[in-house]
Design a binder for this molecule. Structure first.
Ligand code: C5P
Length: 216
């Protein structure tokens, strides 16, 4: 196993941006695992399936083709909401398990961001960051992002989505959103992207020094 950096946290906490920047800094591949669940939901809905149908959702996850992650559709607000509904099914999570673990196994290392990377997918990851921010701050960031993508949506609706998703992701039985015991908490509510990245970089440097995996 290479040097795995697990970045978990709730919707719109900034974990995706931080994961991508850490990966660029270290020249590691990065996997946004939320895209997997989003693509499963999009695939299921396109086939006329029901998001609450565990059987059909599991089949959609097993049939997933990774090129589907590149479709613009998976980045919409509706896909995020639908993703959190298919993500509750253990069969969906099981179908995506090996793919994520294999990605993590790349040398010299990899960055994965999601909800259960540090707890379920890579419990032995030497570097774990749990990124969070106040719901209002996350809603504001998500609203700006969706608006820049051309979606027309009210801030209050985005905030309501975020609260509902937090509840569903934290309350589910299968791999709920939770901070791993050995993850470092990074609250980005009052940080700029630069400040948050600086803090994440320091967390990773500390973990690298501790694990004897030094850059160079
Ligand atoms: O991170 P993103 O908002 O794109 O994730 C969409 C949904 O996918 C989340 O709300 C969550 O329910 C699910 N997910 C998950 N496990 C992951 C990544 C995402 O359950 N590792």
């Amino acid at each position: 196993m290479g040097f795995v950096i697990a970045v978990d946290g709730p919707a719109a906490s900034g974990k995706g941006t931080l994961a991508a920047r850490l990966a660029a800094l270290l020249d590691f591949p990065v996997l946004d695992t939320g895209l997997l669940y989003r693509a499963v939901a999009v695939r299921l809905l396109a086939a006329g399936g029901d998001l609450d149908d565990a059987e059909a959702a599991g089949a959609a996850a097993r049939a997933l083709d990774l090129t589907e992650l590149d479709h613009a559709e998976v980045r919409t607000r509706a896909a995020g909401e639908a993703a959190s509904r298919v993500a509750v099914h253990p069969g969906v999570r099981a179908a995506l398990f090996d793919l994520q673990q294999n990605f993590a196994r790349q040398e010299p290392g990899a960055v994965l961001d999601g909800r259960d990377i540090g707890t379920v997918i890579c419990p032995d990851a030497p570097a774990k960051i749990f990124v969070t921010a106040a719901p209002e701050v996350r809603a504001d960031r998500r609203w700006r992002q969706l608006t820049s993508q051309g979606e027309t949506v009210a801030y209050d609706d985005v905030l309501a989505d975020i609260r509902k998703r937090d509840e569903r992701d934290s309350g589910r039985a299968a791999a709920p959103l939770a901070q791993a015991d050995d993850a470092v908490l990074l609250d980005t509510s009052k940080l700029t992207i630069e400040q948050a990245f600086d803090a994440a970089r320091r967390i990773v440097e500390t973990a690298r020094a501790r694990s004897g995996n030094l850059p160079g």
